[in-house]
Structures are given as C-alpha cells and as structure tokens.
Design a protein around this ligand. Structure first.
Ligand code: ACO
Length: 400
C-alpha cells in the first residue's frame, strides 16, 4: 500500500481541497455515515435503533466509551453527572456581566470557556482522571449553563438543578419552571426532547467536531476545545440552521407570498437565499435523522393539541422542493434541522435557544471525538497547507 504522506513529501504535491470535500482528517471508530444510502450508525448501532431504545446519557456513554453500558455502569454514570450539575456561585455571577439580549450561543461558549478557569487541573490533558472528570463536568453543567442563558434573556431568576429528575426533565424544569409554583414535566415533551438530543449526538467530522479535534490537537483542554466547537456550531450553515429555518418559515407566513414563489426566489438565487434546513454535505439521498424528527414533530404537536401554520408551510415547502428539478438535480433533501425548530417552538423555546439545544445534543460527540484524538499517539497538531496565490516577492517602494 502507498503511504500518501510519504508520497506527498517525496513529490512535493499539495492537494487543494477547499471545504475538505475529499480529504479525511482522521481515522475514527465512533460514527459511520453512508450519505448515498442515508445510513447513520453510532458505534455500529443504527440511529433508528438508538433513537427508539436509548436515552441521551446512555448514548453518550456508548459514543464516549465504545460499548453500551451495563445497568450498574449507567446508574453510576448518571449519578456522577447529577452530582456535578451545579455551577460555582461565582460563575453564576459571570452571567450578570453579559447583556440580557446577548445571543445564548455566545453566552454558552463564553461560560464553557470560563470553566477552564475553575477547573485548572483540566489543563493536563494527559491525565486520564482529569479527562474523565472534565467529561462529567461538561455533560452535567452544559444544560445548567444553557438554562441560565435562557432565563437571563427572559429576565427571570435562575433555577437550581433538581437532581430528583432525569437529565432531560431537569433541563425542562430549569428552562420553564419558576420560583413561585411547582413544575410538572410533560412526558411528551421529555420524550421528544430526549429523541432530538440523541439524533444530534454525533455526526463524524462536521465543522464543529473537526474544530474540536483541531483545537484539541494543540493539546488544549476539553473545555477550551468544546467552547471552540460551540462557536463553529453557531453559524447558520451549520447548527444555526435550525434557527434560520424557523425565521424563514415565519417570513414566508408573514409576507404572504406563498411557498411556490419563495421556492422560485431560492432557485433564482435571489440575494443568495437558500432553502434553510435543506441540503447536506454528506447525505445526498435522505437524512435518516430528518425522518425521525418529522415523526416527532407530528407526535408533539398532536399531543399538545397545537395547530401550527408553520408546520403546514414546512410540509408544503418539502413537497414542492422534492418535486422540483432544481433540488432533485442537486440532491437536496430536508436535513435534521428542517423540522426541529417547529418542535422546539411547540415546547416553548425561543428561536435563539434552538442552536443551544443542538449544542447540548452534540456535546457527547465532541467529547468522544476529542478523547479519541487525544488518546491516539499518532495524533499530530492539525496544520493544513495552503496554495499561495498572492504577489511574488516585491521590492519595497522607495517613494510612496
Ligand atoms: N437551498 C438552495 N440551494 C442549495 C441549498 C439550499 N439549502 N444547498 C445547496 N444548494 C445548491 C447550491 O447553491 C449549489 O448550487 P449550484 O451548483 O447551482 O451552485 C449546489 O446546491 C451545491 O451546494 P454547495 O453549497 O456546494 O453544497 P455543500 O455540500 O457545500 O453545502 C450545506 C452543504 C452547507 C448544508 C448547504 O446545503 C446549505 O447551505 N444548506 C442550508 C443550510 C442548512 O440547512 N444547514 C444545515 C446542515 S445540517 C447540520 O449542520 C446539522
């Protein structure tokens, strides 16, 4: 077999692959995707099986440690996470310094970055015990940070975590409960949220995960690497798409222009608009997660007795696009984010929280990928080449 790295060195070839369309940055045992057939597997298990049978934390264990946990391993893991859900009281005050209308993704990445200042032992990325405790702290504290970001935007008091509840139930309570009255978790919402989080847990070398691995390759600690991943997720072409989908659906509703006209404007590339929630770098047939999310959207809205015009617009958009040559030729299908926003809205989350929910979902994948990279002795600092196309050497002008 040919060792490409040696070949590149010997011949001096550099491959230009903008957007890394063909270049693998790593080997990985975590997630398998076949984009043509719409297959996604976590550690060999199909996403359909995982979504129907597992929980967020059990799936996190699977991704991070490679196997399904035994009942006692899972119990111990959940207990450890429950013990770390609180934020340091000083970190709580950190939120006071940020404007109330800050985007919660900015709040999230800043607060996660700040975790390194409280847990300075985490800087030793070669100490397995530190990696382990940083893993638990991140999984436990990210939902608390996210709920605080939400409460701050509403001007409401923060609620301490309630460790008598499950991971997802506690998260719902911290977001929607208040100090004045008891909070009752709606099981339909808890089940739907659990499923959505599972569907987002890992997706191999997407932009945010590649960012986490790249930053981690410099031996930056887990908090710093995940904070960078959150910022990569923020963009509307990645995690920010779920927010952008809802904004788009609302604009279509308010403008009254109708779906057909809007799709025509997308096809004309008017102002560079895209059909948000459509298309994927890897899936060129269908996104298996999108099917499961669509199922949940109908279940949640039916169970809550909500009739949402935005869901009708989304379904009409999907039908029109799937029958249109522009989308067929370019292999553009609904992705996981097309229907997630409709569900989050029905749950009561403001649009700006949608990408934060994606970040909580993706966290176990980021951790698993960072740990895989960190424990591989062959990992090198990520340092892409470039092709310089600027001016050749120039003499400094004598007169200016
Ligand atoms: N709407 C309209 N046209 C599109 C769309 C879209 N959503 N996506 C791609 N196209 C078109 C492009 O204009 C291009 O057309 P052209 O050949 O006439 O120039 C062609 O399809 C190929 O597009 P690329 O941008 O080269 O595809 P790429 O694989 O780089 O992009 C991406 C993938 C970023 C997801 C893109 O499809 C997109 O912008 N989608 C909308 C945003 C979105 O939903 N992102 C979420 C992704 S999933 C996730 O992060 C969980």
């Amino acid at each position: 077999s040919i060792d490409i790295s040696t070949l590149t060195k010997q011949t001096g070839y550099t491959t230009l692959d903008q957007g890394f369309v063909n270049t693998a940055s790593t080997k990985s045992e975590i997630t398998y995707i076949d984009g043509d057939q719409g297959i996604l597997r976590y550690r060999g298990y199909s996403i359909e099986d995982v979504a129907k049978n597992s929980t967020y934390l059990e799936t996190a264990w699977l991704l991070i440690y490679g196997e399904l946990p035994s009942a006692s391993e899972l119990e111990e893991f959940e207990e450890k996470i429950r013990r770390h859900t609180l934020l340091h009281e000083d970190l709580k005050r950190f939120f006071d310094a940020l404007p109330h209308n800050a985007h919660p993704m900015s709040v999230l990445s800043s607060a996660v970055s700040a975790l390194s200042t409280y847990y300075q032992d985490s800087l030793d990325v070669h100490d397995p015990e530190q990696v382990e405790i940083s893993t638990i702290r991140l999984l436990a504290k990210l939902p608390t940070i996210a709920a605080y970001a939400h409460k701050k935007s509403l001007g409401q008091a923060f609620l301490y975590p309630d460790n008598s509840l499950s991971f997802v139930e506690n998260f719902l309570k911290m977001n929607f409960g208040n100090m004045a009255e008891p909070y009752e978790v709606n099981p339909v919402l808890a089940t739907a949220l659990e499923r959505l989080l599972i569907l987002h847990e890992d997706h191999e070398q997407n932009a945010s995960t590649s960012t986490v691995r790249l930053v981690g390759s410099t031996e930056a600690n887990l908090f710093a690497s995940v904070s960078a991943g959150i910022n990569a997720l923020y963009g509307p072409l990645h995690g920010g798409a779920n927010e952008a989908v809802l904004t788009m659906l609302e604009q279509i509703k308010e403008s009254g222009e109708g779906v057909e006209k809007f799709v025509q404007r997308v096809k004309n590339k008017e102002d560079g608009i895209r059909l948000m929630g459509f298309g994927h770098r890897v899936y060129k047939n269908f996104d298996p997660r999108a099917r499961l999310v669509k199922e949940s959207a109908h279940e949640v809205l039916a169970a809550l007795g909500i009739k949402d015009e935005l869901l009708d617009i989304a379904m009409e958009l999907e039908a029109v696009a799937l029958a249109d040559d522009y989308f067929i030729e370019r292999k553009l299908y609904p992705n996981v984010d097309f229907y997630t926003g409709v569900i989050y809205k029905a749950m009561g989350f403001p649009t700006r929280m949608f990408t934060v929910l994606f970040a909580i979902g993706r966290l176990p994948g980021w951790i698993a990928q960072w740990r895989e990279s960190n424990s591989d002795p062959k990992t090198k600092i990520g340092r892409p080449q470039q092709l310089y196309i600027g001016e050749p050497q120039r003499d400094w002008p004598t007169e200016r």
